[in-house]
Design a protein around this ligand. Structure first.
Ligand SMILES: [Zn+2]
Length: 560
């Protein structure tokens, strides 16, 4: 997902705590594994109401399975039945749950299909957008679109609405004649009904998390292209086709770049990008069918905004590898989706526009995080100790700090090892879920290095180092003495001292030399023998660790 702007919440909440470790447990226990959802949705537009008919096919994970608990918010169930027998089942709802009593005891060898028929007036998940009218004339038709992340899917279909459960999906969405429905996966067919409405049937044959299920209903023109064998669809409002080359003209370069870098082909059978009105984010990586705010896409009409649109388009596409193929196991691990998608924006820029543009992007992300972090009331690590399933998790730590830390990780293990490790990580966990430890394992195995220190300070710790450098030069011995202090506030989540392998470039009246500083403690002293008076020092000239603030005090010359 890409946010427009960042909002911080300041209330506190209580986390479930694991009895074994005493640490908060962000995972959700599962008693069954959903295999497939069949979603049939019709609309009552004047009342912003839906008629839902969802079949959930699942397998129990243990014996003595009798009760199914699914997430369901505001769904008014008419019938719940075992299919294909059509045996009516008892159910009850409580809070945002529906509990279904099965007809007998089942075991992991069984596959159970439950059909739910219901109505709802969704407060979340499905959004009805009215037509835009100017002087009595419609200038943009009405739309209906979904937003699943973080946990909004259960506001329109009963589901295990948590990223750790992956299932295939199929949708039958009924729209007015003349409208288009964009859904996940392949369009199997369109059927005209007796009332003149048209039902679009989409099928997504690769398992994915529920938050990636989506549809969009509205009046669109589809501009088609093809990358290798993958059909690309760009859905824009009628008459607005000219925005396609400006906003999406580099899409194929992005596919090529991400395939080359990860050495993993685009994992799905199509990629659609659709603009919608009043979207709550900049973009959302719904599987094979990214949704984007029309305002963001139309910004491509202006030269100054084109870079931002390019970042948005590459960010959402990068999620096809980081987020959709391998998915964070819980919301505390969201940085594994968003940090990587943010980093891949820069990696794409590096391929297309060179190292300087890559560094500019990383630097700007790092700066944005540092500025925000200084005033943030709810600071957390990349592993988000404050995670809860709402919009608060989409913040500059998860995105911008995530991207900048991944850059430093790349610099720490080296380019070749970094990309090879990412290939291992993606291949090993494809179509599954990941935690930070999975990434760490892939990097440690590939590099042969212990990276415990790196993950402890940059992923589990909050904040970034703040360095104060005092320089003292003795002209007699031609020695430069540097005192480097870490002055970041110690608060329990920010590391007291970061381990910082930094390079320093020292310019003197007689030349330039580069030295290594191994900073480990809160205060470190270094001395260097020089060939003349230092005129300038540059810390981390190659910007391997952009997440830091440095203050270099003026040079002091020792008088005796
Ligand atoms: Zn994203």
């Amino acid at each position: 997902m890409t946010a427009f702007s960042i909002i911080f919440f300041s209330f506190t909440f209580v986390l479930p705590v694991s009895a074994q470790t005493g640490k908060p447990n962000f995972n959700r226990a599962q008693t069954f594994d959903v295999q497939h959802y069949i979603l049939r949705i019709n609309f009552d537009r004047p009342n912003k109401k839906i008629y839902g008919d969802t079949t959930v096919r699942l397998k129990p994970l243990s014996n003595n399975f009798k009760l199914i608990e699914l997430d369901a918010a505001g769904l008014d169930f008419e019938t719940v039945a075992l299919v294909p027998e059509n045996k009516i089942l008892q159910f009850r709802t409580s809070g945002e749950k529906v509990y279904v009593e099965l007809d007998k005891i089942y075991s992991p060898e069984d596959t159970i299909s439950i059909r739910f028929v219901y109505t709802a007036m969704p407060k979340k998940g499905i959004y009805f957008v009215d037509a835009e009218v100017e002087n009595g004339k419609i200038i943009r038709d009405s739309q209906i679109w979904t937003q699943g992340e973080a946990e909004e899917a259960h506001h329109w279909f009963p589901s295990f609405d948590f990223p750790s459960d992956k299932a295939t999906t199929e949708q039958y969405i009924t729209a007015e004649k003349g409208e288009t429905v964009v859904g996940n996966g392949e369009l199997i067919g369109q059927t005209e009904n007796s009332d003149g409405k048209v039902t679009f049937h989409y099928k997504m044959p690769v398992p994915h998390s529920t938050y990636l299920v989506s549809f969009i209903v509205g009046k669109f023109v589809k501009v088609s292209e093809i990358y290798k064998t993958i059909p690309l669809g760009f859905y824009v409002y009628p008459g607005k086709e000219s925005i396609v080359p400006k906003a999406y003209g580099r899409a194929k370069n992005m596919f090529r770049t991400f395939e080359e870098l990860t050495k993993i082909d685009y994992p799905y059978n199509k990629y659609d990008q659709t603009m919608v009105a009043n979207f709550n984010f900049g973009g959302m990586e719904n599987i094979t069918a990214t949704t984007m705010a029309d305002t963001e896409i139309f910004a491509a009409d202006f030269n100054f905004a084109q870079g931002g649109v390019e970042d948005l388009v590459s960010h959402e596409l990068a999620h096809s590898w980081f987020g959709n193929l391998v998915t964070c196991k819980n919301w505390a691990e969201l940085w594994l989706n968003e940090g990587f998608a943010t980093f891949m924006e820069a990696a794409y820029r590096e391929k297309m526009y060179g190292r300087q543009d890559y560094l500019r992007k990383i630097r700007s992300d790092a700066k944005q995080f540092i500025v925000d972090d200084a005033v943030n009331k709810n600071r957390h690590g990349l592993f988000n100790q404050l995670a809860r399933p709402d919009d608060s998790i989409f913040d500059t730590t998860t995105y911008q700090k995530g991207g900048a830390v991944i850059h430093t990780l790349r610099e720490t293990v080296g380019d070749e090892v970094f990309w090879r490790a990412l290939n291992v990580y993606l291949n090993r966990h494809k179509f599954g879920n990941v935690e930070t430890s999975d990434l760490q394992t892939a990097l440690e195995e590939t590099s042969g290095k212990n990276l415990e220190w790196f993950f402890r300070q940059w992923v589990y710790g909050a904040g970034s180092p703040k360095l104060d450098v005092i320089q003292l030069y003795n002209p007699k011995s031609k020695t430069l003495r540097l005192t480097v202090s870490q002055v970041q506030k110690v608060d329990g989540i920010t590391p007291e001292s970061f381990i910082l392998p930094l390079e320093i470039e020292i310019k003197t009246t007689n030349g330039t030399k580069t030295e290594k500083l191994e900073i480990k403690n809160r205060m470190e002293n270094f001395s260097f023998k020089l060939n003349g008076k230092p005129t300038e020092i540059k810390l981390d000239k190659n910007e391997k660790i952009p997440l830091k603030t440095v203050r270099i005090q003026p040079l002091v010359i020792q008088s005796k």
